[in-house]
Design a protein around this ligand. Structure first.
Ligand code: TRP
Length: 449
């Protein structure tokens, strides 16, 4: 077997993993979920889950990757042939996510162009709904985004993108800080800031837990085999715990700021009523152009902002497609370019179906969800928690936590041994299971609390 490349130093690993983690999940998905599920209470639960289950899973996945030096499919099989199916499940999730991720990437592409050419129009109330309900135009932008992702994966120009992301990701952080400060200091933002930062316990429900848990896995690219893959390239000399913490902090800070920039603006520009807060996937696209329209020079800042979101989305979509392609090549020994093209065509078809769900097929509902929302629910609220739970079970009972601890201790002592053991074996799997079941039952109205 050829020797695996390793990242050049810890920073290389952290940046690459953060490039995959930071994407639409932070900027688009987190704010609309937080708005919908009660603001402060969602934020609180998210952070609690991130420092507990998030940390445990992040460490576990990176350690599995570095220990086995294998892709997730092969890694789970090598840990235990009986539990090899967990690797398959983990690789399947990106297959569900890829089509609609690129569709939203297409929305961002469209908005970047609109900000440059006609930012005033983008701030109007009907701009978003007119756009997504169209049949042809959303497909064109979606096709462009998908094509760029596909070309990057086929020609393997990831290196160039990685270099670029060293400049653009920090810039994204700077601009989200600037925008959130601008929004928070506006006169009409008080109510919104309060809604976002003060937990209101009356809004607490199992659905909130499930949404926060799914979002955590999605945003940090956990339970999809991604961190296992990155871990397999992680140098034996570096400390896993520290790197995991840095990725988590960076990812969470960006999500937090995105919420701080969008949610108060919903109160100021769209009224803070229940309906405005629960618009879902359209929230960022409806709210931000209004913020930019209210700013001096907002046209330029808006264009730059959407461009940076576009870039963050691209680095993530590239790693999603990579994950799928690598899985197929591992299993079927197929050719790289042919496999990539085939996955792209599949993505194009299913993504188009999602897009029509906002227009000509808007009356189609699956279990009460729009088509895109259904795929999103299935992948994030069902499969991710399931894979996360199974990963804990495999580590806790099959290969035993000690083998992960041993890998962690290659570079200095691992201080939270007992905590880690209790977490992976008992607390994480039991709680994830409980959240999964009660959250699903509640989403379908079977359980009412
Ligand atoms: N974490 C990415 C984001 O926040 C999205 C994502 C979902 C992802 N699944 C993935 C990234 C798989 C890489 C691989 O937008």
């Amino acid at each position: 077997m050829e020797k695996r490349n390793t990242f050049s130093g810890k920073l290389g690993f952290v940046l690459a993993a953060a490039g995959s983690a930071v994407g639409l999940g932070n900027l688009w998905r987190f704010p609309y979920l937080a708005a919908k599920y009660g603001g402060g209470i969602f934020l609180l639960i998210y952070i609690l889950l991130a420092v507990t289950f998030g940390t445990v899973l992040m460490i576990t996945e990176i350690a599995i990757g570095r220990k086995t030096q294998l892709s997730p499919l092969a890694a789970f099989k090598s840990l235990s042939p009986r539990w090899g199916f967990v690797g398959k499940l983990a690789t399947f999730v990106p297959v569900l996510i890829f089509p609609y991720y690129c569709l939203i990437g297409g929305w961002v592409t469209k908005y970047t162009a609109s900000m440059i050419f006609d930012s005033q129009a983008a701030a109007s109330d009907t701009f978003f709904s007119d756009y997504v309900s169209g049949t042809g135009e959303p497909l064109i932008w979606f096709g462009v985004f998908l094509a760029v992702t596909t070309l990057v994966v086929i020609f393997g120009v990831n290196k160039g993108i990685e270099k670029l992301s060293r400049i653009l990701m920090p810039l994204l952080l700077v601009i989200t800080v600037v925008l959130s400060v601008y929004v928070v200091t506006r006169p009409g933002s008080k109510e919104g800031v309060k809604y976002y930062l003060m937990p209101n316990f009356s809004q607490l429900s199992f659905k909130t837990f499930l949404a926060a848990l799914g979002q955590l896995f999605y945003s940090m690219s956990l339970a999809m085999g991604i961190m296992i893959t990155y871990g397999s390239y992680f140098s034996k000399e570096e400390n896993i715990g520290k790197s995991a913490r840095q990725i988590e902090i960076f990812d969470t800070v960006i999500a937090f700021l995105a919420g701080l920039m969008i949610i108060p603006a919903v109160f100021e520009f769209s009224g803070g009523d229940k309906e405005a807060l629960s618009t879902g996937p359209s929230l960022m696209f409806v709210t931000l152009p209004k913020v930019f329209a209210s700013m001096p020079g907002g046209k330029y800042i808006g264009a730059l902002f959407f461009f940076l979101v576009l870039f963050a989305a691209l680095t993530s979509s590239v790693s999603i497609l990579e994950a799928i392609v690598a899985g197929f090549i591992d299993t079927f020994k197929s050719r790289r370019s042919a496999t990539t093209l085939a996955v792209a065509v599949y993505g194009l078809i299913l993504g188009a179906v999602c897009s029509f769900g906002f227009g000509i097929w808007s009356n189609v509902k699956i279990l009460g969800f729009d088509i895109l929302d259904f795929l999103d629910f299935l992948s994030n609220s069902v499969f991710l928690p399931l894979v996360g739970m199974l990963t804990c079970v495999v580590v806790g009972f099959v290969i035993k936590p000690d083998s992960i601890i041993e890998e962690m201790e290659l570079n200095g002592p691992f201080k939270m041994k007992t905590y880690y053991k209790v977490m992976v074996k008992w607390i994480a799997p039991v709680f994830i299971f409980a959240i999964l079941i009660s959250g699903i039952l509640q989403s379908f109205g079977i359980l009412k609390i």
